[in-house]
Design a protein around this ligand. Structure first.
Ligand code: BJW
Ligand code: ZN
Length: 247
């Protein structure tokens, strides 16, 4: 870990941008299922039944049930050491640090993260299908719920397949342009455009670091691969980065 931390600090330099993207793997140790691992969410819930606009149009109750169950479970889990270690990295790098997540849970925020760019939406929000108004939503959502402004149908504030992820116009490009160190943490890297961000940073000469239970062998984008549970790798990395920066 000593050498990894040294390479990261060298690449980040004095003013370089440090950007993190997280996926379902970082919340796995909190008890939230990933999507594509064995026993993952897609096994019992096929994508075409729960995570496309067409699925919502054809059978909204099925889609509401899927997200109602996940929203209810979210209230029973806590952030883990991986989420907390990223807050230490945010403190270390300050304004130079950005956090993008594909996750729809709020565990980064509950661990103490500042600004989190939720590119695939948020479980604790609902959106009006007609006027696109977004509201906090911690309860069950159903066909009976109507928008407070225009009486339209409410849907989960989630980016389904075929829909355009959030923050792509300004904040995600700002986090990735000129980024010197990019961390890809707990994601299988198969869903685009999220999966393409590391490649953009690599092409522009930034150091890309993969943290995963099983790192991707031979992927030329990731010059540094730290294999293991995020809840163990990230605190160890934060210890080294803090110690080598004299914090
Ligand atoms: C650990 C660990 C531990 C475990 N420690 N690690 C061909 C056909 C059709 C469509 C496409 C196509 N090619 C591209 C597309 C587009 C499509 C896409 O990418 N499809 C591919 C699957 C082929 N993408 C889209 O449709 C996106 N929109 C789009 O492209 O719009 C067009 C456009 C974009 C930009 C500009 C202009 C136009 C939208 C994608 C929406 C994704 N939504 C979902 C579901 C909604 C959220 C929810 O319900 O929660 O988001 S899909 C699902 O996958 C979810 C996740 O955010 C996303 C990524 O999954 P993630 O996080 O990587 O989880 P897993 O399970 O895959 O991996 C977990 C990893 O953790 C594993 O690697 C483990 O090893 C690891 N792990 N425990 C560390 N303890
Ligand atoms: Zn409305």
């Amino acid at each position: 870990m000593k050498d990894a931390a040294q390479r990261i600090l060298e690449a980040a330099g004095q003013g370089g941008r440090v950007t993190v993207i997280t996926g379902a793997g970082i919340s796995a140790e909190s008890g939230i299922s990933t999507f594509r691992d064995s026993g993952g969410l897609w096994e019992e819930n096929p994508i075409e039944e729960v995570a496309t606009p067409e699925a919502f149009a054809a059978n909204p109750s099925r889609v509401y049930d899927f997200y109602n169950a996940r929203r209810a479970q979210l209230g029973t889990v806590e952030p883990n050491e991986g989420h907390r270690a990223l807050v230490r990295l945010e403190r270390l790098f300050g304004e130079r640090f950005s956090l993008i997540t594909q996750n729809v849970d709020d565990l980064h925020e509950r661990a103490g993260a500042g600004r989190v760019l939720h590119m695939h939406g948020e479980l604790y929000k609902a959106r009006c299908v007609d006027c696109a108004g977004v509201v906090e939503w911690k309860e069950e959502l159903s066909l009976a719920d109507a928008c407070g402004s225009c009486s339209g149908r409410m849907r989960p504030h989630i980016v389904w397949f075929g829909e355009i992820p959030f923050h792509l116009e300004k904040d995600i490009p700002a986090a990735c342009n000129g980024c010197r160190v990019f961390f890809s943490i707990g994601t299988s890297g198969v869903v685009y455009p999220a999966a393409g961000l590391a490649g953009l940073v690599h092409a522009a000469g930034g150091l890309c670091v993969e943290v995963n239970l099983e790192t991707s062998p031979g992927n030329p984008v990731f010059e540094l691969q730290l294999e293991g549970p995020a809840g163990e790798v990230l605190p160890a990395l934060a210890d080294e980065l803090e110690s080598q920066s004299g914090c």
